[in-house]
Design a protein around this ligand. Structure first.
Ligand SMILES: *Cc1c(COP(=O)(O)O)cnc(C)c1O
Length: 304
């Protein structure tokens, strides 16, 4: 079981085992909650650095705004609480999960007096798609489940309930012997993974899905910046699954997945079947940046 020592809940630290909610919690029944996934890395000096904390907190508030929930704390309080919870758990490296949700109050689909609850948990978490996946690449399949239509779920918000769709896709992929799912959008173009954005490289052209049905990933933005600084242009445009089948390289990006190479899609080997030069080059810079070894990206770090 995932475990740590303390959780920040509605303004104060509580014991991990006592961070409970009532069974009538609205979000548990109907899925109205928003969350973030944030990572923190140990740096050479011994301290920790939360990666792009301000951007994650901004997106948490944007997600809440989209679904019309007022967070009863300021962004600054959420940022401070994040550091507080890391320190209380003695973590310099780990995963952070802020979550904002509707608590117990009235039932039914029109929430009335339900309080908006806020919690932040943090724990040690290694490579989401495995160390081997990070190094050698993973095998993925195109899911039979589609990514939400832009007017059915709000695709720019990390809303808890929307992830039933991702869980269905992930389970289907794993049950059929793959590591992860690629979801198509409702028009049939490649959208993203169950919780990762996707990039592909073909004949030196780098593409990532445009911001239509996909989440605006902070790692996606990080990778685009790193590539731009290396002098590589990234085209934000739609591509098809068969374009992906014939790509030279492909990789997923996400806070949990970091930068995970894709070595196979639906039984078709991608490129040489090994992570290609664009992928490994981005990975190298990314892992240096998060650990504070790249001066030009120092502004992405919230050191503590
Ligand atoms: C969180 C998430 C991502 C990755 O976003 P990051 O900001 O890079 O962590 C991509 N797609 C979906 C559906 C997600 O939930």
């Amino acid at each position: 079981m995932t475990e740590s020592k303390k959780i920040w809940m509605d303004g104060k630290l509580v014991e991990w085992g006592e961070a409970n909610v009532h069974i009538m919690t609205h979000a548990l029944h109907y899925g109205l909650g928003v969350f973030e996934g944030v990572r923190c890395y140990a740096t050479e000096g011994g301290g920790g650095a939360v990666f792009r904390l301000a951007e994650h907190t901004d997106r948490l508030f944007a997600s809440a705004h989209i679904v019309m929930m007022d967070i009863p704390f300021t962004k600054e309080q959420v940022n401070d609480a994040t550091i507080e919870v890391l320190q209380a758990n003695g973590l310099t490296e780990g995963y952070i999960r802020p979550i904002v949700f509707l608590g117990a109050g009235s039932m039914g689909l029109l929430p009335k007096d339900n309080p908006v609850k806020v919690a932040i948990a943090a724990w040690e978490w290694g490579a989401y798609l495995g160390e081997d996946g990070l190094k050698n690449g993973i095998r993925v399949r195109v899911s039979s489940y589609l990514r939400h239509h832009v007017n059915s779920s709000m695709t720019k918000a990390k809303v808890t309930g929307s992830y039933v769709n991702s869980i269905l896709a992930k389970r289907e992929a794993v049950a059929s012997g793959y590591d992860e799912a690629i979801m198509l959008d409702t028009e049939g173009y490649v959208s993203e993974g169950s919780g990762e954005n996707i990039f592909m490289v073909k004949d030196g052209v780098i593409k990532t899905t445009a911001l239509t049905s996909v989440l605006k990933g902070i790692t996606r933005d990080t990778v685009m910046t790193i590539l731009a600084d290396k002098g590589c242009e990234v085209r934000e445009e739609r591509f098809t699954r068969d374009e992906l089948y014939t790509a030279d390289e492909a990789f997923f990006t996400g806070t949990a997945a970091e930068i995970t190479p894709i070595r196979e899609v639906d039984g078709r080997v991608i490129g040489t079947g090994k992570p290609g030069p664009v992928t490994t080059g981005v990975q190298e810079t990314f892992f240096k940046a998060v650990k504070g070894q790249e001066r030009r990206y120092e502004s992405w770090l919230h050191r503590f």
